[in-house]
Design a binder for this molecule. Sequence first.
Ligand SMILES: Nc1nc2c(ncn2[C@@H]2O[C@H](COP(=O)(O)OP(=O)(O)OP(=O)(O)O)[C@@H](O)[C@H]2O)c(=O)[nH]1
Ligand SMILES: [Mg+2]
Length: 364
Amino acid sequence: MFEKLKEKLGGFKKSLGQVLETKEKEAIITESTKVKTSGIEQDDKTEIKTGITSVGDIQKTAPSPKSPEKFGILDKLKAAVFEQEFIIEDNSVKDILWELEMALLESDVALPVAEKIVESIKLELVGTRRKIGSDTGKIVEEALKKAILKVISVDSFDFDEFIKKANKPVSIVFVGVNGTGKTTTVAKMAERFKSQNYSVVIAAGDTFRAGAIEQIDRHAEALGIKIIKHQEGSDPAAIIYDAIQFAKAKHKDIVLADTAGRMHTNINLMDQLRKVCRVNNPDLIIFVDEAIAGNDAVERAKLFNNAVPFNGSILTKADADSKGGAAISITYTTGKPILFLGVGQTYKDLIKFEPQWLISRLFE
Ligand SMILES: Nc1nc2c(ncn2[C@@H]2O[C@H](COP(=O)(O)OP(=O)(O)OP(=O)(O)O)[C@@H](O)[C@H]2O)c(=O)[nH]1
Ligand SMILES: [Mg+2]
């Protein structure tokens, strides 16, 4: 899972680490040579006129905050010689950050997200002082982890806590484009809820695709779960309504509603989905897409979220996704958390998504 992305981040970590090490060595050599020869460059003459006439004075001068680009030789000299530190400058890391942005885009990370990651790393590193001899690989890894964590985290929403505290029955509608794994995910979620001792009802809300009712019926049977179904072509809003009424009457805890796959661009089908959600006002709407769709999944998520604002997403087929672009981008783009990842075709192949888990996975 996410091997290619992991490889690319590892490559970036190594290259930037090397750049920083080279700059560190240069800092010591260049600046100490300048002390010896007093060869202060033109740009820095103004600083000397302000009263600093000897190396001893440099130590006494209070450092004033400067923008990353404006480090004078005196700053660098002071850092390198007296404090055993070096300053990371914008031009030292520019090329390598550009390469990182390209690598992220190749991994299907959405453009604004790639830009955000690069920007965060730049803010984290450029203009900062680093102790000479410190572990550069670690510095880069920490900056990278922080930047990615920032884009994959959103206001905390604990799915299990929400379910525990919510009034029962809790109704959840699953939406998404064709073939992404909605029906399989409904079955996986049913199995997960069952193992947590919740009573579950499934609503066979895909009345559109031939064979869809039989498909979910088979899952319900295999899992021993009650299913509410009507015939093909009937109104999905009515089926989900019936399932909720049934759950209320029988004191069931959870209603899981499947819906037909639909293209985000199909106005009629998106209107139907709006109706399904308006009529039933579900407690949660979950957008299901496949991780392997990368940027396409992110674009579709935006349009689904506009039509039926959802609470979170589930990315399926993460087991087959080496790029990781959707997993990195979807939260930042929609503002909604990833709740679970589908990682295979059996009922147990569903894992709760935690941003920290992804970070450890990418840097293990
Ligand atoms: N490898 C892998 N395959 C998955 C995963 N989730 C679903 N699938 C497979 O993806 C295919 C489509 O799954 P469905 O659940 O039928 O997808 P759907 O979104 O309900 O499809 P429509 O109802 O036609 O829109 C099936 O062959 C599933 O076994 C997953 O996490 N990993
Ligand atoms: Mg389906």
